[in-house]
Design a protein around this ligand. Structure first.
Ligand code: DGY
Length: 437
C-alpha cells in the first residue's frame, strides 16, 4: 500500500515533467531542458508504465547525435530564462560536426544509454516491439561508445577522459578542487539562475562557476575540437564513474547485439575495447593504500587520492575481481556505512572537504545508490545492497522526491533533509525501478 502510494506519486512527477516534444525535464525551473544521463534514468522509470514515453525519451536524445557519434549533455529543445548557462553561451553551432539544428552544449555526460536500453528490454512486456526499437537505435548507441575510444583516449589505454566537471555528472565534487587550484580563471560577469531556485549554500560557488565557464571558453575558441581540447583543457580527468558507465554500456550492447543477431564485427570490437578498458582501469585507477578506485588527472599526471561514491561504481560493471571487491566494500562500510548515516554519501564523510548539504560534496544521490545497489548484488553483498535500497526508499518517503539528501540521519527528524530541486525526475524514475525489483 505504502509502496503503491509512492509509485503513484513518482508516476505523477514523471508525467508532469514530460514535455510535448518528447523528453522529460529533470525538474521545473532549475533544469528546464533535456539532460543526457537524466534521460537514461528517466526512460527506465517510464518503461514500467508508459513504454512509448520511454522510447521517445531515448529517441529525442539520440536525435541530437553529432556526425562523430558524440551525444551532448544538454539539449535545448525550447527557450527558457530560468537556466544559466544556456544555448547562447554554449554555442554548439561552432562545431562543424553538428547534424541536428537544435542547440546543445558541446560536452557530454556519463554514457548510460547502453544499459538503459538493456533494462528497457527486460522491463518490456511486448518483446517484439522493444526488439524493433532496439534494432532501430542500437547502432547510434554503439557509435556513441566508439566516439569515446576514438577521440577521448589520447594514450590509447582504453580509459577515456572528460574535459569538464559537468561531464562527470558529479559537478562540484571536492575532487575537482585540486584542478581548480592549478587554474587562474578570469572573473566573468554572469547572472546565476540556479541560486534563484535553490539556496546558494546547496549549490556550487561563483568561483567554481568561473572555472566552469573558462573551460568552455577554451573549447569554444577551438570549435569543440577534441584534439585541441585534449591539448589545452586544464581539466582532463579519467573518471572511475564515467569509465564504469561506459564499460557497462558496452557490456549491455554486446548482449543486445547477440540477442538481435548478426553484427559480429561490432561485438568483436566491443569485446576487445571492454577487455582493454577493464585491464587499464584496474592497473591505473586503483589506490592500494586507500583501497578504493580514484580519479586520474591526465593534465597534471597524478592520481587524485580521494574516496567518493564514484569509487564504488566499478562494482556495477564487474571491474574488480572478488578479492579487490571485498577490499573495496570494506572501504565503503568503514567510511560510508556508519549506522547513523544513510548510504551512500557522495563524498568521504570522514574527510575535511565533506559538506553534507552541498550538491556533490556529500549528499546522497538516488542514481548513484541505484548503481551501487546493483553493483553490490553482483558480488554477493546482498544485505548491504538491500540496505542501500531501503535507505533510498526511506529518504524519498520521508522528505519527498528531491534531487539530493543529507546522509546524516539526525537531519531527517523533521523530514526536511531533501535538497536541491524538488519533484526530481530521476529520483522518481529510480524509485519505481527499485520497487519493481
Ligand atoms: C547544472 O547546471 O548544475 C547542471 O547540473 C549541469 O549539468
Amino acid at each position: 500500500m505504502k509502496d503503491q502510494k509512492l509509485i503513484s506519486k513518482a508516476r505523477e512527477i514523471l508525467n508532469n515533467n514530460y514535455q510535448e516534444k518528447g523528453f522529460t525535464i529533470p525538474c521545473q525551473g532549475l533544469y528546464p531542458f533535456q539532460w543526457n544521463w537524466d534521460s537514461g534514468f528517466i526512460a527506465i522509470g517510464f518503461a514500467h508504465f508508459d513504454m512509448e514515453k520511454a522510447k521517445k525519451e531515448i529517441k529525442t536524445l539520440i536525435d541530437s547525435q553529432w556526425s562523430n557519434g558524440f551525444i551532448p549533455h544538454i539539449i535545448f529543445h525550447n527557450e527558457s530564462d530560468t537556466y544559466f548557462p544556456g544555448p547562447e553561451f554554449h554555442q554548439s553551432s561552432l562545431s562543424p560536426l553538428v547534424v541536428n539544428k537544435i542547440p546543445t552544449t558541446g560536452m557530454t555526460q556519463p554514457h548510460v544509454l547502453g544499459f538503459m536500453l538493456e533494462r528497457m528490454y527486460h522491463i518490456a512486456e511486448n518483446k517484439e516491439d522493444i526488439t524493433a526499437f532496439i534494432k532501430a537505435t542500437i547502432d547510434a548507441v554503439y557509435e556513441y561508445s566508439l566516439y569515446f575510444y576514438k577521440h577521448r583516449d589520447p594514450l590509447d589505454e582504453g580509459l577515456v577522459y572528460i574535459y569538464h566537471n559537468w561531464e562527470s555528472g558529479t559537478d562540484n565534487s571536492p575532487i575537482w578542487d585540486d584542478v581548480w587550484n592549478t587554474m587562474e580563471s578570469p572573473k566573468y560577469k554572469f547572472e546565476r539562475r540556479d541560486t534563484t531556485h535553490v539556496d546558494a549554500s546547496q549549490r556550487p560557488s561563483n568561483e567554481e562557476y568561473n572555472h566552469y565557464l573558462h573551460i568552455i571558453e577554451i573549447a569554444k575558441a577551438h570549435h569543440y575540437n577534441d584534439e585541441k581540447i585534449a591539448e589545452l583543457s586544464p581539466f582532463l580527468i579519467q573518471d572511475p564513474l564515467f569509465n564504469t558507465v561506459l564499460i557497462a554500456s558496452n557490456q549491455s550492447l554486446i548482449r543486445l547485439y547477440e540477442l538481435i543477431g548478426g553484427n559480429e564485427d561490432k561485438i568483436a570490437t566491443l569485446k576487445q575495447l571492454t577487455e582493454k578498458s577493464i585491464q587499464s582501469f584496474n592497473d591505473k585507477l586503483y589506490d592500494e593504500e586507500l583501497k578504493a578506485y580514484c580519479h586520474y588527472d591526465l593534465r597534471n599526471k597524478k592520481l587524485l587520492r580521494y574516496v567518493s561514491s564514484s569509487s564504488f561504481a566499478p562494482l556495477f560493471a564487474e571491474i574488480p575481481d572478488q578479492k579487490r571487491a571485498d577490499e573495496l566494500v570494506g572501504t565503503l562500510m568503514d567510511k560510508f556505512g556508519n549506522e547513523d548515516q544513510y548510504m551512500c554519501a557522495s563524498f568521504d564523510p570522514t574527510h575535511e572537504r565533506y559538506k553534507p548539504k552541498q550538491y556533490w560534496r556529500g549528499p546522497v544521490w538516488i542514481n548513484l545508490n541505484w548503481l551501487l545497489y546493483h553493483g553490490l548484488n553482483k558480488y554477493g553483498y546482498n544485505a548491504i545492497a538491500q540496505r542501500v535500497k531501503d535507505d533510498s526508499i526511506e529518504i524519498l518517503e520521508k522528505n519527498g522526491f528531491y534531487e539530493y539528501f543529507d546522509a546524516r540521519k539526525e537531519e531527517h527528524q523533521n523530514n526536511t533533509a531533501g535538497y536541491g530541486g524538488n519533484n526530481f525526475s530521476w529520483s522518481a524514475a529510480l524509485l519505481i525501478d527499485l520497487l519493481s525489483e
